[in-house]
Design a protein around this ligand. Structure first.
Ligand SMILES: C[S@@+](CC[C@H](N)C(=O)[O-])C[C@H]1O[C@@H](n2cnc3c(N)ncnc32)[C@H](O)[C@@H]1O
Length: 225
């Protein structure tokens, strides 16, 4: 499991180049991945959404665009990342550790977390905290990296461990942060393992949908009534 201080400091160092680097490394696909999450959310017409580990606010902004009547709160434990979210138009920001959210129970219709859960020190504790702040019947949507199956798996691993850190190092000046990325993706539960984890934390209707050949997946769970 990742070290929280290392993670927070690493994101603070790359905050200024984070958005551009994401677009370059994913060839722009990250925009579409976040749109897919927001489109799911729109069907539930949520009044209040919490975007955990919101960082520079890319997903929170997309949710605001697709659900204009919804109140979106962006939370993150890295002030440097969240400052970008605020500058880009997110009005409700909250500096907080996802493992100890300073929020009342059952306050949100939906909770989202994009590329964040993988970086947390205790996945079950983080998921139970997200369950706690969801209203009964509310939905959790997770977007994160996974490993593709089949022919794409080997070349993707080569890209992840050898090409991506060099490219990102060149773009951000912090190659070590992106060397950590590959290991964190390898260790992160995906597919059936993530469904099992969600269910063990109290979510129902858990599902997994791979996108872009399995390079990322969207996971969903519901807080029981
Ligand atoms: C890869 S970024 C993702 C940012 C954004 N969600 C996106 O889609 O681009 C991961 C974010 O998770 C945050 N993070 C990691 N562990 C956290 C924790 N325990 N509590 C709050 N934020 C955390 C980091 O500070 C960072 O901003």
């Amino acid at each position: 499991m990742p070290d929280a201080v290392y993670v927070r400091d690493a994101f603070a160092r790359i905050a200024d180049r984070y958005v551009l680097t994401n677009h370059v490394l994913s060839c722009g696909a990250d925009v579409w991945w976040r749109k897919s999450v927001s489109t799911r959310l729109r069907q539930w017409n949520p009044a209040r959404v919490l975007d955990v580990a919101s960082g520079t606010g890319d997903l929170a902004l997309e949710i605001q665009r697709q659900c204009p009547d919804c109140e979106v709160t962006a939370s993150d434990f890295c002030e440097e990342m969240l400052a970008h979210a605020a500058r880009r138009g997110i009005t409700k920001t909250l500096v907080a550790d996802a493992l100890h959210l300073p929020l009342l129970d059952s306050g949100f219709d939906a909770v989202t977390v994009a590329f964040g859960l993988r970086n947390m020190t205790d996945y079950p504790a983080a998921l139970r905290e997200m369950l706690r702040v969801l209203k009964p019947g509310g939905h959790l949507v997770i977007l994160d990296f996974s490993l593709p199956h089949g022919l794409l798996r080997r070349p993707y691993r080569f890209y992840l461990h050898h090409v991506l850190p060099r490219l990102a190092g060149w773009l951000t000046g912090h190659r070590d942060t992106y060397e950590y990325l590959g290991g964190s993706i390898e260790a992160f539960p995906s597919g059936a393992a993530m469904i099992e984890l969600l269910e063990s934390c109290g979510f129902t209707e858990a599902s997994a949908t791979p996108l872009t050949g399995g390079v990322v997946s969207i996971y969903q769970g519901t807080r029981p009534q």
